[in-house]
Design a protein around this ligand. Structure first.
Ligand code: DNO
Length: 373
């Protein structure tokens, strides 16, 4: 297993590579070219420059005796253009052209040494919460989902709220360019069913997976967050059965999962440990975090420690460790702690401290099973 840490890039994150380097156990920086819109080709020189930035040690750090390097083997995400999900031209791009562009990007990432690409197949929006800075009883803040708000609110209002609460940083999945196309995309989903989505998904995989095999890039789809339909749009990567269906659309091992256990567990009926053991050999990347459910359908994000919430993070890490899992894991959304609620405001969910604490907890379980002394 390789432990990773998500980083948004120089000038686009409150956390530095030198901060990440000092977290015990972290080997991989999970990155993306965050200014690329879905459907665009990633240029080789841009890919190479970002990888060089991540994997090198600055002259200043080297002079201080820093020698620990980080790798850049995981990309989260290469976003899928809506035309691919819809199977028709939208926002000025046809499905086949969008797929060709995606394949070119995968090929270039493979050549540059990237091993896993994370993506999602959610219609219109990526993840959704109603409060990005929700107070917890200990004085920290965390992402929060209030069911009644989503049930009563229009997507337009939610977009406005998310933008207003993001602290000035563009949220992945909520890029202004994406939101600008909302009306057209929303209309294009009229009448689109889950069956249509699966047919379009198969078409995409069949076109792309041979390139993934040739360039040794494993694809990992991220589950829908939260894992149920929203605003009548068909989500197809929500339940355990959905995950099995997606894997069966193309049987290549390169068609795999980014098993985000916080997202998956946002449906309280789903069993995270069972999902890990069931899909083990197709999990290329996993996000491990914890949430706490309330009886009215709300949920809050909490610390990674199992007893803080409802996700059995101990059972999850034990299952990975016992199986000798060889893929990538990263902690996921953390709470915002200490000065992160005042002067060091991070991207919501992506502060430094709680994710670093979370990693130590997850590795504690891993090492209990696997460390030989
Ligand atoms: C939010 C993230 C998602 C995730 C994408 C994967 O914090 O979990 O934006 O990266 O859904 O494509």
């Amino acid at each position: 297993m390789k432990m990773g840490f998500r980083w948004y890039g120089e000038g686009n994150d409150t956390i530095s590579l030198d901060d990440i380097r000092q977290i015990p156990g972290v080997e991989t920086v999970v990155w993306s070219l965050h200014d690329k819109q879905a459907g665009q080709v990633w240029e080789t020189d841009e890919i190479d420059a970002e990888i060089a930035r991540i994997t090198s040690i600055s002259t200043e750090a080297a002079a201080r005796g820093v020698t620990k390097t980080l790798d850049a083997e995981v990309v989260e995400s290469v976003n899928v253009h809506e035309s691919i999900k819809l199977g028709k031209t939208v926002l000025g791009l046809g499905r086949d052209e969008a797929i060709d562009n995606y394949i070119t990007t995968i090929e270039r990432l493979g050549r540059a040494g990237v091993k896993v690409v994370c993506y999602n197949f959610m219609p219109v929006f990526d993840w959704l919460r109603t409060d990005l800075w929700h107070p917890l009883p200990d004085g920290s803040t965390a992402l929060f989902y209030e069911k009644a708000v989503v049930d009563q609110m229009s997507p337009e209002k939610l977009i406005a709220d998310m933008e207003a609460n993001s602290g000035g940083l563009t949220l992945p999945g909520w890029e202004p360019e994406r939101l600008a196309g909302f009306g057209e995309v929303n209309a294009a989903y009229e009448g689109v069913t889950h069956e249509h989505m699966y047919a379009n998904y198969r078409y995409f995989l069949d076109a792309m997976i041979p390139t993934c095999e040739a360039y040794d890039v494993k694809m990992g789809v991220h589950p829908d967050d939260p894992p149920f339909d929203l605003f009548g749009w068909p989500r197809v990567v929500s339940t355990k059965q959905d995950l099995a269906t997606v894997l069966s659309l193309n049987s290549s091992p390169y068609n795999g999962l980014t098993l985000c256990l916080g997202s998956f567990s946002a449906n309280p009926e789903q069993d995270a440990v069972d999902a890990v053991t069931t899909f083990m050999d197709r999990i290329h990347f996993s996000h491990v975090r914890n949430i706490k459910h309330f009886p009215n359908g709300d949920f809050t994000e909490v610390a990674h420690r199992a007893r803080e919430g409802d996700v059995d993070t101990v059972g999850i890490m034990k299952a990975y460790a016992e199986a000798g899992y060889t893929g990538y894991i990263r902690p996921d959304h953390g709470r915002h702690l200490w000065d992160e609620n005042t002067t060091r405001r991070p991207r919501p969910g992506y502060g430094l401290y709680d994710r670093a604490l979370g990693i130590q907890y997850l590795l504690g379980v891993w090492d209990t099973v696997r460390y030989q002394g």
